[in-house]
Design a protein around this ligand. Structure first.
Ligand SMILES: C[S@@+](CC[C@H](N)C(=O)[O-])C[C@H]1O[C@@H](n2cnc3c(N)ncnc32)[C@H](O)[C@@H]1O
Length: 257
């Protein structure tokens, strides 16, 4: 399939990811990360673009739509590849059941929680301060670079016991604490529901090796693609929105290899 635009280590495709996925080379991706509309029931708009997320409150229609696209992406993964499906409290449970049917419940590796703890709270319930990322392996042994998943130990380690601990910290639990970048941050380009580069950088490094191919077929402003290229991977993006591809291309041009 001919990309709409390409650069050093990246290419962008315009269109519904269902059709885009059908035209890409099978078994060629180490990681597919997707951050589709979350079933918010409203059009999402930001400074640089907008996208639809209204489903007439029909979660079955939404789940069929997303599930069909995830199923089309499955053949693109190589045997040690992974897919990460980023959603939130609204529909993640429905999509989890669908993904179990697509990949097999035994291929479910982790329910990764992205905890961001920013913004205001609620006086009526606990603040909704996390998203959920479902991780499935294409096979039984997906790439997991434990050293890239290390975080500092919680406790202070006494010098005489230091040899018992890893110098770069412990392998993280399944809750990833990553702040949302403030609106004045350099990486913030104003795409609706744009994700932090630090989150995607971590996921790319943990789930792939240098030179691997990373895909994001709901790429929005291209955060995954920028993280992948900056980490020495190649990146394939797709989005239905022309504005998204324009923003992604601008960001990728500055990402460098
Ligand atoms: C939540 S945003 C992605 C944000 C992105 N992760 C970022 O950091 O900027 C979802 C994107 O999915 C795109 N989209 C919606 N339906 C699509 C489809 N069927 N195929 C491809 N892209 C789609 C929208 O245009 C939107 O850019």
């Amino acid at each position: 399939m001919k990309p709409r635009e390409r650069g050093d280590g990246w290419e962008l495709h315009r269109g519904d990811c269902l059709g885009v996925a059908a035209g890409l080379e099978p078994s060629s991706f180490a990681l597919i990360y997707i951050d589709p509309p979350f079933f918010t029931g409203a059009r999402r708009s930001g400074e640089r673009g907008a996208y639809g997320d209204a489903w007439g409150n029909d979660v079955a229609r939404y789940t069929d739509h997303i599930g069909e696209r995830i199923a089309a992406m499955k053949p693109l993964l190589h045997e040690r590849g992974s897919i990460l499906v980023h959603l939130d409290w609204r529909a993640v449970h429905y999509v989890k059941v669908r993904c179990d049917a697509i990949f097999g419940a035994n291929r479910f590796m982790n329910e990764i929680v992205w905890s961001y703890n920013s913004g205001g709270g609620s006086k009526k319930r606990y603040g909704r301060k996390h998203d959920t990322i479902l991780w499935y392996g294409a096979g039984p042994n997906p790439v997991f670079n434990a050293d890239a998943a290390r975080v500092p130990y919680d406790a202070v380690i006494a010098k005489k016991r230091a040899h018992l601990f890893h110098e770069r910290g412990k392998v993280s639990g399944d809750v990833l604490d990553v702040s949302r970048p403030p609106n004045h941050a350099k990486e913030w380009v104003g795409w609706p529901d744009q994700k932090p580069l630090a989150l995607l950088d971590r996921l790319v490094r943990v789930h792939t090796n240098e030179g691997d191919r990373v895909g994001d077929f709901f790429c929005g402003s291209g955060t995954t693609l920028v993280a992948a290229v900056a980490a020495g991977r190649s990146a394939v993006g797709a989005d239905i929105s022309e504005d998204a591809l324009r923003v992604s291309a601008e960001r990728l041009a500055g990402a460098g290899r």
